[in-house]
Design a protein around this ligand. Sequence first.
Ligand SMILES: [Fe+2]
Ligand SMILES: [Fe+2]
Length: 300
Amino acid sequence: MTATLDNDSHLVERLLKSSAKQSYDPDVDIDWSAPAVPGLWFMQPERMSLYGTALWDQLTPEQQIELSKHEIASIASVGLWFEIVLMQLLLKDVYRNDPTSARTHYELTEIADECRHSTMFGRAIGHFGAPAYGPRPAARKIGNVVPNLLRGASAYAATLIGEEPVDRWQRDMMHDDRIQPVVRMVSRIHVVEEARHVSFARDELEKSLQGISKRALKWHQYVVSQAAFVTMRSLVHPDVYKSVGIDPMVGRRAALGNPNYQASIAWMGEKMMPYLAEQGLIPTSGRIRETWHDSFLLPR
Ligand SMILES: [Fe+2]
Ligand SMILES: [Fe+2]
């Protein structure tokens, strides 16, 4: 079938070509038979939620590594949850659109990427021998309704919130030789394929915002700030702290009050935040901006 040539075609044609040239099959491109390497971290310790706190200092080096395993399992399972929501959003768009257009072909390609990623994250969590913590029940409920609620600018900005901060974290991790080889390979695969998703979502966001009314913009600003807050608060499930004998609520309180953790989240959003502000999605004052501060993506 020949793709319809329209204004969107340049970017999506490029993304389709790049997908055909460089995509991975995690089932064969990752050595799942390799056991974890003793003494290596599962994520960067300084990006962990308790790093720098008194609770962290009380843990033995073995416990700190064990916690890194549970913390990455939590982040990966929230990433997987996010991808399942995103696949539904994309499928709804595909359902409405022309199956001969290159844009639709790219959306289907992105769904296929996310499908492999979700398998890869699920497999990685099982490989670590940690639970798939996932988001807490309230966030799960929100995830259930999002595919029916979000369209246009909010949908694409929420996509960027799910993709860009995690991308920043994984780009850093894939080069870090203190970290388990399986984690580094998962990160590398994800980074390569997500770069295309980010280009697509940014382009769609910019198109959705063209000529938008002030009222509609306000609505998108609100929804996107809530998406940012829920996503960032979901990354580390409080139950991860149980793996090293810390009460979940005690660990949670310490993490949320930890300036190092707050700075890590801000670091994850460093590339995305100026972009979203430039698109007019982050008001310069008021309640919505406060929500961004509360998410830690926007330092006070
Ligand atoms: Fe993904
Ligand atoms: Fe993605």
